[in-house]
Design a protein around this ligand. Structure first.
Ligand SMILES: Nc1ncnc2c1ncn2[C@@H]1O[C@H](COP(=O)(O)OP(=O)(O)O)[C@@H](O)[C@H]1O
Ligand SMILES: *[C@@H]1O[C@H](CO)[C@@H](O)[C@H](O)[C@H]1NC(C)=O
Ligand SMILES: *[C@@H]1O[C@H](CO)[C@@H](O)[C@H](O)[C@H]1NC(C)=O
Ligand SMILES: *[C@@H]1O[C@H](CO)[C@@H](O)[C@H](O)[C@H]1NC(C)=O
Ligand SMILES: CC(=O)N[C@H]1CO[C@H](CO)[C@@H](O)[C@@H]1O
Ligand SMILES: [Mg+2]
Length: 426
């Protein structure tokens, strides 16, 4: 979906913080321009050094990270890159909370929780929230404090439902970025993010930015190789050499962040159909595979009427080393998948197109099988594709991230549907 946005007039400044300015876009109502400032802050701007080029590096990091999240299916405010130092975002009213998610204990957590050693691993992830209040050094808040403050942004009151959505979304976003960084042998130690309410749709979306201000990254899980802003915070003295080192670290991140968007492994689904009368069913499988970014090939072959061809096609896909999941689509006596399963080490998923008259009987032909076969049987075409995606997701983080975001989005829709229903029945 390539959207062309022409900006002819940048309007008034709507907001300004420590690291960026927000401008109205006069001819693009509902969108804003987020402009980074070329300075780095730590300890609440006590230390303020201009760092040339920082904004540009931050821009690259933010746009790659948001692209990864968006392609995965996470709702974000990011729309598109505008320049080296600015991007266009949907106009949000920001919820003044920093959500912090931790995998490994370090930093301020250790101070607030004496006795916990650095390196303690949180499973499940540890969630914390901080009220954005510079004057009071961003105090940690409980869920109850957030609920009692009854924030109302863009007409949406932040109640239990919204808090739960932000909490859940933070976990999903962390897991997606953690999975992506793992491909670079880098541990995502912790992360802080902010949410906004889209002023037009009242949807809660990930907003603000994610750059290396926002996280700790330890290459090979090794703190001494940290590539994040902590290096800057830890500087004893801000010398030009030290600032160069910090900048090099940021560049290290911005170079690698691009790699997060690249597939690590590419597999394929080969759908075998017993007859072209099953085409519509197979097309649904292909469509669903495509939504996960998985290549899907359709072939026609009958294990009953042309077993030699079935095995030849099998050999064709076994022979080029590309990881393959076979999906067998055959009506009535669907021996196709079981025959494949008895003759290949690749996974086989049966997805028989059942008919109302004999379906209850037909389904048994790929359920009760001879010993030595390990194929599965799922009935809906979408489920067959999803199962194949889950297999590839074990090695392909881009597929895994789509599955993870989809799980979050389903959870959020249920939550919102329930909220709406409760509101109606009051
Ligand atoms: N999409 C957006 N729409 C409207 N305001 C935004 C958006 N993204 C960020 N902002 C706001 O822009 C302001 C400047 O950001 P920043 O410099 O990070 O501020 P802070 O110093 O409070 O962290 C903040 O108030 C932030 O909440
Ligand atoms: C990395 O983080 C630094 C630290 O804040 C940030 O200034 C810089 O813009 C970021 N660079 C990248 C690569 O994000
Ligand atoms: C987030 O949700 C988890 C699980 O429901 C809960 O234990 C935790 O207290 C919540 N965290 C915050 C900061 O609200
Ligand atoms: C990650 O580590 C593994 C094992 O040490 C190595 O084979 C691989 O090349 C590394 N990948 C990257 C991107 O550094
Ligand atoms: C300096 C720099 O890297 N700017 C980049 C900002 O982000 C866009 C989109 O990713 C790039 O095209 C720019 O090169
Ligand atoms: Mg900020």
């Amino acid at each position: 979906m390539a959207t062309i946005i022409v900006i002819t007039y940048i309007g008034q400044k709507l907001n300004e913080g420590k690291t960026k300015q927000i401008f109205e876009l006069v001819d693009q109502p509902g969108l804003v321009l987020v402009q980074s400032k070329d300075q780095i802050t730590a300890g609440n701007a006590v230390r303020k050094d201009q760092m040339e080029g920082k904004a540009a590096i931050a821009n690259k990091t933010t746009s790659c990270v948001f692209k990864l999240l968006q392609e995965s299916g996470i709702k974000t405010a990011f729309v598109k890159q505008h320049s080296d130092t600015a991007f266009i975002a949907t106009h949000c009213e920001m919820i003044p909370i920093e959500w912090v998610c931790r995998r490994v204990a370090t930093g301020s957590f250790l101070k607030r929780n004496p006795g916990v050693k650095e390196g303690y691993r949180f499973t499940p992830l540890k969630m914390e929230m901080f009220f954005k209040d510079d004057a009071n050094n961003d105090p940690q808040w409980s869920e109850e404090q957030l609920l009692e403050s009854k924030f109302c942004l863009a007409g949406l009151t932040i109640s239990q439902c919204e808090v739960d959505i932000m909490n859940r979304s933070t976990v999903a976003i962390f897991e997606i970025l953690e999975k992506a960084w793992a491909t670079q042998n880098c541990t995502l130690v912790d992360m802080k993010i902010e949410f906004g309410v889209n002023v037009k749709t009242q949807e809660i979306v990930l907003a603000d930015v994610i750059d290396n201000d926002s996280w700790r990254l330890w290459p090979a899980g090794d703190r001494s190789q940290q590539k994040d802003k902590q290096v800057y915070r830890d500087l004893k003295e801000v010398t030009p050499e030290a600032m160069q080192m910090v900048k090099r670290n940021f560049e290290w991140v911005s170079e690698r962040v691009k790699l997060l968007l690249e597939p690590q492994a590419s597999g394929r689904v080969v759908v075998l159909m017993g007859s072209t009368s099953d085409m519509a069913h197979c097309e649904k499988i292909r469509k669903a595979c495509t939504s996960y970014g998985i290549m899907c090939i359709l072939r026609v072959t009958s294990a009953h009427k042309g077993p030699d061809e079935t095995l030849r096609i099998k050999a064709e896909y076994e022979g080029d080393g590309v990881p393959t999941v076979f999906v067998a689509v055959a009506g009535r006596s669907n021996g196709l998948g079981p025959v494949m399963s008895g003759n290949t080490a690749y996974p086989v998923i049966n997805c028989p197109p059942l008919t109302p008259d004999w379906g209850a009987q037909d389904v048994w032909s790929s359920l009760r099988m001879p010993s030595g076969l390990g194929c599965s049987t799922v009935l809906s075409p979408d489920a067959a594709a999803q199962f194949a995606a889950q297999i590839f997701g074990l090695t392909d983080h881009l597929v895994w991230c789509k599955l993870r975001a989809s799980m979050l989005n389903t959870w959020v829709s249920l939550k919102l549907a329930d909220k709406k229903l409760q509101a109606c029945s009051l």
